[in-house]
Structure formats: structure tokens, C-alpha cells
Design a protein. Sequence first.
Length: 212
Amino acid sequence: MERPELSKEQKVLLALYRLWSGGHKKVRYEDIVVQVFKDYPGDFHLKGYPEYPDTGDAVHKPLYDYRKRGMVSASNKMFSITPHGVAEAEKLKAIEKGRPAPEAHKHRLERDAQIEIERVKRLEGFKLFQQGKRDEIIDSDLFDYLGVSVRTTKNDFIGRLEAMKAAVSAVANSGLKEPILVAASEFHEYLMQRFAQDISAKTGRIAAERTV
């Protein structure tokens, strides 16, 4: 059976994942360029110069696309892979090796979603929500929920928003009905609806769509 070919974008994420797996939690852009060229020289060489890596959009654009999807974080051309990105990269790694991608299991939450839910459980805003004190929830609770601040850039804000949407979708797909998971999903929906205008202003798009 022929192995499916990964896209260039997916190969860039895998290159970052390999650097992360090797202990590099924050990675320079140049190191990613070198790694992806070493892993896939036929795809990432400079046009007309197969012995040199391409340092342009072939690597740069995928990284920032994954940033908007909540899988990569970036600051001053230093990149790291998020738990959501790790989960995606591990699926791609299996596919590249000719194995089926790990499927989401019923009655079990994926690790990246577990990390997000555990964080949400400790938030003051979530505790207020559980206590029925919704009127006391303010915009700063939205920022805490997303793990951002008022100074967070648009793309990083979008990335965190997408990561939380993915976590809530993972809860729904798991079929788990534990009260804390149901409450976390409801809290997400409440924040998305209550602060829809704030989210739209920050992202430049309508972000109040339902996620489950």
C-alpha cells in the first residue's frame, strides 16, 4: 500500500515537532528551515539550487497558518509547538510512516484537550459560571479562558480561540458526559455568545458560531 504524501505545510509542522521532541521548546526560524530541508530536501530547496534550503514563504507561511490554528506560537521569529500542534503532528507522523492516523476514541479525551480542560477548571470565571453567578463574569474572564491578554496579537488571539474550539469539539466527539466536561463546554458557548462583539473586534471576523 502506497504511503500518502503529506503536504508541504504538514511537513513544516513535523519538522518543528521533531525539534520540539529533541528538547527545543523554543526554536529559531532558521533552525526550522534547516530541519525541514534535512528532512525533505526535494521539497524545500532554493529554486535552481538543490543544495541550499529555501528560507522564504515555503516555510514561513505554513508556520503562521498553523499559528492561526492554535498549533504554533511565535514571538520574534522564535517558534514553539502547542499541545494542540503536538496532537496534530503525532497524527501526521503516523501517516508518514504508513500507519493509520490515531483516531479520537470514544469515552477518552485527547491529551491536548485534557490539558485545556484542566486549565479551565481552575479559572475564577469558570467557578462563577458553575455557581450561577454569570453576571459577575467580565471580559477579563474571556481573556483568562483563552490564555491571552489585551496585548496579545490578532493572530495569537485567533490561534487560542481555535485551540479552545478544538478542545470543546474533542469533548463532544469523546461522548463523555461527566458534569465537569459538560459545564466546560457550556462555559465555552456562554463566553462565545456573551462576548461575541469583543471577539469579533479582536479577530476582525464574526466568531460567535456554535462549535458543537
